[in-house]
Write a protein that binds this ligand. Structure first.
Ligand SMILES: Cc1cc2nc3c(=O)[nH]c(=O)nc-3n(C[C@H](O)[C@H](O)[C@H](O)COP(=O)(O)OP(=O)(O)OC[C@H]3O[C@@H](n4cnc5c(N)ncnc54)[C@H](O)[C@@H]3O)c2cc1C
Length: 347
């Protein structure tokens, strides 16, 4: 591969755009924002998957309680102990992720609570410990016994279906820039990823990208630095930690599981108030991450506002139905070309 210079973007997802996420701290959408600034096409940003059942307990991280627990018979109960999924979908607790997540939020609102409960206490303790050793142990760390207790859970941002648009070999619209993994939008996941497809996607496209790069002609590098304008220092800015929290709250409230045109407009307006940040010199990792989060949050919110229908991980209360006639297409955003649409027969 010597001399075959290329860049592979593999910076992961964007869960940190939301206050509650199963993603690690590093999932700050850096790759999306960097690629967008460089002129890459960003596709399908409105499709975010929320995992319905992340642990929601004081002092505990938003640890993911897998679907497999519901697959083995766990039921969801509201804080009054009522099993509620029959009011929302015939598949009950095994309905698609977006439906279960929205049903949970509806119950939380109805009961004015911040959690619902996952209950598998009716199954044999030995089976539970054997099938779910990590979940069992993790819950136990926080004093919750999966074999006897109802486990408090709530939805959390989990996976970004969209990202940097690539072709079948991970190639982007920028020569020698490839994208792989959650940062990419290969088209594999549609509007709602099926559980477990992302790791296989990353492996398949990773291998294809390496193959593609090996076919590139060697590149002579001419060491170009990035010129920086003289800008005002960032030290005077509102603390970044406060800005980040505010962004995450706006995203949960206005660009979360259930969206409306009015809410999205409000969210975009609030996000845009942070834009003067780009006139400052950003030096710390926290500042750069926040700037990338802001860019990505705006791409997401604006895409969600444009798509006036509900599909997969994108739900609009003011357009609750899927509208194939108008919206059976991808939406691409480009820094200079604006919004582009991409129709394909096998969306
Ligand atoms: C709790 C949980 C459970 C999951 N379970 C499954 C499952 O069972 N099956 C499945 O298929 N998928 C699952 N997923 C989804 C899957 O794990 C992710 O989509 C996948 O790991 C993404 O891989 P990636 O290589 O794209 O990103 P990551 O694995 O997140 O790696 C990104 C890397 O980029 C680095 N990075 C980020 N920003 C920068 C920067 N600015 N500069 C330098 N480096 C940077 C990060 O430090 C990290 O090392 C799960 C996700 C979560 C959160």
């Amino acid at each position: 591969m010597r001399g075959k210079k290329a860049t592979i973007l593999c910076s992961g997802g964007a869960g940190q755009l939301y206050r509650y996420t199963t993603n690690p701290e590093v999932a700050t959408a850096d790759g999306i924002a960097m690629a967008y600034r460089a002129g890459a096409e960003i596709r399908d940003m409105e499709f975010i998957q929320f995992h319905p059942t992340s642990l929601c307990y004081p002092g505990a991280p938003r640890f993911l309680i897998s679907e497999a627990v519901r697959g083995e018979g766990a039921v969801l109960r509201n804080i009054h102990g009522e099993r509620f999924m029959e009011r929302y979908h015939e598949l009950l607790e095994l309905a698609p992720r977006d439906i279960v997540a929205r049903a949970i939020v509806a119950e939380m609102e109805l009961t004015r609570s911040s959690v619902v409960y996952l209950d598998i206490s009716h199954e044999a303790p030995e089976m539970i410990k054997h099938r779910f050793p990590t979940i069992y142990e993790t819950c136990l760390t926080y004093g919750l016994d999966l074999t006897t207790d109802w486990i408090p859970v709530a939805p959390a941002a989990h996976y970004m279906m969209g990202g940097v648009r690539t072709g079948p070999y991970g190639e982007t619209n920028i020569h020698r820039l490839f994208a792989c993994g959650e940062v990419s939008s290969t088209g594999v996941h549609g509007a709602n990823r099926l559980a477990s497809n992302s790791l296989s996607e990353a492996i398949v496209f990773g291998a294809r990208i390496v193959e593609q790069i090996s076919r590139l002609t060697p590149l002579a590098i001419t060491g170009q630095g990035i010129a920086c304008r003289d800008r005002r220092p960032a030290a005077t800015l509102q603390p970044i930690v406060e800005r980040r929290l505010k962004l995450q709250k706006v995203m949960v409230r206005q660009v979360g599981l259930r969206r409306t045109g009015e809410g999205l407009l409000k969210g975009i307006e609030e996000l845009k108030r942070q834009l003067p940040l780009f006139e400052s010199t950003l030096t710390s990792r926290e500042q750069l991450e926040f700037a990338n989060m802001l860019t990505s949050a705006l791409l997401l919110a604006e895409s969600a506002l444009t798509r006036e229908e509900s599909r997969g991980g994108h739900y609009r209360e003011d357009f609750p139905d899927r509208d194939d006639a108008r919206w059976r297409k991808h939406m691409i955003r480009h820094r200079e070309k604006g919004i582009l649409e991409e129709t394909s027969d096998d969306v």
